[in-house]
Design a protein around this ligand. Structure first.
Ligand code: IMP
Ligand code: MG
Length: 329
């Protein structure tokens, strides 16, 4: 068994959808598995020139690869069916490719209603926190108990271990290191684990892991209730040029320079081997290149010098990719 993992190193919205889509296109994966989170995620994908935002369904579906919502996720049935319809309408066949692990927990109406009332954290109001709370409180509901989901259910153990051919998995993460329940800025976090370790919780041994694709942007964005954006007009400019508005909620994302200490920590804890930096063109367009390290702002006179700094200071990374907004990596 081989597993590659895609993991976000900042606060989500770094372009995991794009990286997953690219990797699916260029590898012979047998499965793509979403390993954490629910429909709080929004993965923007350009497929055959068409923009599609997925919330639950992994990007393998675009290439006829079995796409599983893993047991580390929580699934909201209405949103799931909405997405199935959207994909079908875009001409993408879902019928034999989309599955939900039987032991995945479900986001119920009560979870949704409860999350609607949140003001403190600035959640996506998709019922994520209440669903995970009930899962760990042992009062949750599993997908296997929901009749309408029956034809999508899969026993992930049988699927991965009772299979004659070699299994090659791409794990698609949601949210990011800065939102991780243990490593993020608690309580301004999501309710799941957003690290490489989280992928393994979906039924795969550590020995299977091959490449770990860390995804970051050359600046940071965050959506939620805490104060994140410094008082400087440059960040409004970055927001407009970079179109930094939530894929799930449409909220404006707060912007800041890249936090080097957070990135370094995320690279180490996730064991990143391959590192993709997205949205290089946005900083080029605003023509400012800065990184915050130990609370001080480092200024570079070009993207090339900023790249040099990044590459020289992350010696453990095998391959770096610097990518523009819409181009593929
Ligand atoms: P929740 O995951 O909806 O409970 O929201 C908790 C925090 O995580 C809030 O600050 C959300 O804005 C943030 N969040 C959740 N999912 C995403 C995502 O996919 N991208 C960016 N931020 C997210
Ligand atoms: Mg997103």
């Amino acid at each position: 068994m081989i597993a590659d993992i895609v993991v976000d190193l900042q606060y989500g919205d770094c372009g995991k959808g794009k990286v997953t889509h690219h990797l699916c296109k260029n590898n012979d994966y047998t499965h793509v598995i979403r390993y954490n989170g629910g429909c709080n995620a929004g993965h923007t994908i350009y497929h055959n020139g068409r923009k599609i935002v997925t919330h639950h369904i992994p990007a393998g579906v675009f290439f006829g690869v079995k796409s599983i919502i893993g047991p580390g996720c929580v699934v909201e049935p209405n949103q799931f069916f909405k997405e199935i319809i959207e994909l079908e309408e875009a001409g993408i066949e879902t019928r034999n490719f989309v599955h939900i692990a039987e032991n995945t927990h479900v986001i119920t109406h009560d979870h949704l209603r409860e999350d609607q009332a949140d003001c403190a954290i600035g959640t996506t109001k998709r019922g994520n926190g209440p669903a995970y709370r009930d899962k760990y409180g042992r009062t949750g509901k599993k997908a296997i108990e929901v009749a309408s989901l029956e034809r999508y259910l899969i026993d992930i153990y049988k699927e991965l271990y009772d299979n004659k051919r070699e299994i090659k998995i791409l794990f698609e993460g949601a949210q990011g290191f800065g939102l991780d329940i243990d490593w993020g800025d608690y309580p301004y976090v999501t309710s799941s684990h957003c690290t490489t370790a989280s992928a393994l919780l979906n039924g795969v041994p550590p020995q299977a892991v091959r490449n770990i694709w860390g995804v970051a942007k050359v600046y940071e964005t965050y959506v939620g209730a805490k104060n994140f954006e410094p008082n400087d007009k440059i960040f409004s400019k970055i927001r407009e040029v970079g179109q930094e508005y939530g894929a799930t909620t449409g909220r404006p994302r707060q912007c800041n320079w890249m936090n080097w200490n957070l990135l370094e920590k995320a690279v180490k804890i996730n064991g990143v081997t391959d590192l993709v930096f997205n949205k290089v063109d946005i900083l080029e367009e605003v023509n400012e290149f800065k990184i915050i390290k130990n609370k001080e702002i480092l200024t570079f006179d070009s993207m090339e010098h900023m790249k040099d700094f990044i590459i020289t200071n992350l010696q453990t990374i095998k391959n770096f990719y610097f990518s523009s907004n819409k181009e593929s990596i």
